[in-house]
Design a protein around this ligand. Structure first.
Ligand code: PEP
Ligand code: MN
Length: 339
């Protein structure tokens, strides 16, 4: 439920409502809008049945939340969330670029990628250390060794680190080395993992499940937020359809839909979204044009020899061109991209 305060409600009246809710043991989220203040209530609202809430001074009306999710929704928090990750904002006016190889393969590979990406104005280095591969015989990642190499790349370049967690064990390890956790498409409905990531309070990129609809995706985000972690960034990475020309069908309509119903930032991953390197740049452009807050791109120093996802990885030259194009598009959408 949310409580809409009158436009002329005083700060004291807002405080009184907040106090009543907190005294009843309910969680409170106050959103101060340009016209009205909205107070989101977390917890069992039946506790409020015998209270004078509805007639308290300054209260305009009580609105039940009809959607199946709550904390992720715009009804609960009308203003967009901006997530601050060590000084880099996601969801604000600047676009973020997260780039790097699918998997960390070696010190040389990750350092070469990191040094290049830093020179391109990228803020986040991505690289999988724990790879949830479709086949058990494919390269599974370097594990903790890979995380250490990512931390070394951060040390040398200042790039912030994003890496995927697939289990409780990998989460415990990743928390020591990375700045942003990633939950991959295959684990989007691993509810135990979602809750543990929620309790970690670390920023998290939640990818859309391979065959998940938007409601299921937002409910997965709700699992993380219901544990008190509001630092959630959604990532559209394509869904399974009957089309086989591309690896997945990149559902860019989810970007404006998420912007309409949720306050969470959303980024687009055209690498997994298409599976083909030559489609990555056009779909990155389209993602930004659709209103995404950033992009995640797989980049490899030599895609032909990549141990995973080489077909969809850009080489350095193609990535530079992509950045040039994004820089031209950003101002049309009133967004900036760091140089
Ligand atoms: C990845 O980012 O390398 C990855 C495995 O992505 P997804 O979970 O979207 O398939
Ligand atoms: Mn990949």
């Amino acid at each position: 439920m949310v409580i809409v305060m009158k436009s002329n409600a005083t700060q004291e009246q807002i405080n009184n409502v907040e106090k009543l809710l907190k005294d009843l043991g309910l969680g409170v989220h106050v959103s101060v809008g340009s016209e009205k203040t909205i107070i989101g209530v977390i917890g069992d609202k039946r506790i409020l049945d015998d209270t004078p809430l509805e007639v308290m001074p300054g209260v305009e009306r009580l609105v039940p939340i009809m959607e199946p999710f709550k904390l992720v929704g715009k009804t609960f928090k009308p203003e967009s969330s901006v997530i601050d990750i060590k000084g880099v904002e996601v969801g604000g006016s600047s676009l973020v670029v997260i780039a790097g190889p699918c998997a960390v393969e070696s010190e040389d590979q990750i350092m070469e990628a990191a040094t290049f990406l830093k020179s391109q104005g990228v803020q986040f280095l991505r690289g999988g250390a724990y790879k949830p591969r479709t086949s058990p015989y494919s390269f599974q990642g370097l594990g903790e060794e890979g995380l250490k190499l990512l931390a070394q790349a951060r040390q040398e370049t200042g790039l912030l680190i994003v890496s995927e967690v697939v289990s409780n064990e990998s989460l415990e390890k990743a928390m020591k080395y990375v700045d942003v956790l990633q939950i991959g498409a295959r684990n989007m409905q691993n509810f135990d993992l979602l809750q543990r990531v929620g309790r970690s309070k670390m920023p998290v990129i939640l990818k859309r499940g391979l065959s998940s609809n938007i409601e299921e995706w937002l409910n997965a985000a709700e699992y993380i937020m219901s544990e008190g972690n509001y630092n959630v960034i959604l990532c559209e990475r394509g869904i399974r359809t009957f089309e086989t020309y591309t690896r997945n069908t990149l559902d860019l309509s989810s970007v404006p839909i998420i912007k309409e119903i949720s306050h969470l930032p959303i980024i687009v991953d055209p690498s997994h979204g298409t599976g083909k390197w030559n489609l990555v740049t056009p779909m990155a452009r389209a993602g930004i044009a659709a209103g995404a807050d950033g992009i995640m791109i797989e980049v490899h120093p030599n895609p032909q020899v990549a141990l995973s996802d080489g077909n969809q990885s850009l080489n350095f030259d193609s990535f530079s061109k992509l950045m040039d194009e994004i820089r031209k598009i950003a101002p049309i959408l009133k967004r900036e991209l760091s140089q």
